[in-house]
Write a protein that binds this ligand. Structure first.
Ligand code: PRP
Ligand code: URA
Length: 206
């Protein structure tokens, strides 16, 4: 199972603010932003680089560039809350948006939007969504990305449920999952426990 749990003292502290029912919108947004930025370092840790010549004030030497273009793919809505933390590090990346909404009765994800930039086959795709609950939304998103030609996908989330990790990796064993926390379980409404509640509602203050 390719789950990478990112354990870092600052992430643990910010995650506590994110989880707290006492945190208002501004605190929630700022903490989610901070965690996303820190996660980005770990999610990209094994990206390949290619040599490039660079001229310093003293001489010409060899530097590095990322070997492949990067596409950030947030799942709407809640994925938007993590996007800015990633674009701060990966400023040149393209952004492709995926609109999925979980039906609260059937728990099936309904697609209402999908827009990717050009050819995905040579890109590093980072799928972004704070919540991996049943895994339905993220696994469906990866289905769509693969149909569009994506071959290198990794999934960055904030909190994962064990049930969701198992379901996701069964459908997409080739896609590594990066998470800041692996929580206990899903409740009867498929909310993550202890979790943070409804990520989209908390980020968008709806
Ligand atoms: C939430 C979350 C994920 C999905 C996770 O989105 O942001 O996309 O649920 O659940 P799953 O793993 O069981 O599929 P939601 O459908 O509530 O939409 P929203 O972000 O627009 O609120
Ligand atoms: N979606 C959320 O926003 N929160 C959960 O706990 C599960 C799915």
């Amino acid at each position: 199972m390719s789950l990478h749990l990112i354990d870092h003292p600052v992430i643990r502290e910010r995650l506590t603010r994110i989880r707290s029912v006492d945190s208002g919108t501004a605190v929630f947004r700022a903490a989610l932003h901070d965690v996303s930025r820190l996660l980005c370092y770990e999610v990209t840790r094994d990206f390949e680089t290619a040599p490039v010549p660079v001229i310093t004030p003293l001489c010409e030497t060899v530097g590095h560039r990322l070997a492949r273009p990067v596409v950030l793919a947030p799942i709407l809505r809640a994925g938007m809350g993590m996007l800015h933390g990633f674009t701060e590090i990966l400023g040149d990346s393209a952004i492709g948006t995926i609109g999925l909404e979980r039906d609260e009765q059937t728990l099936e994800a309904r697609r209402y939007h999908f827009r990717m930039p050009g050819d995905l086959s040579e890109c590093e795709i980072i799928l972004i969504d704070p919540m991996l609950a049943t895994g339905g939304s993220s696994a469906d998103a990866v289905d769509e990305l693969k149909r569009e030609g994506a071959r290198r996908i990794r999934f960055a989330c904030l909190i994962a449920a064990p049930e969701g990790v198992a379901a996701f990796t069964a459908r997409h064993p080739d896609v590594p999952v990066y998470a800041a926390a692996l929580d206990e379980r899903l409740d009867e409404r498929a909310y993550i426990v202890p979790g943070l509640g409804d990520a989209g509602d908390r980020y968008f203050a709806t």
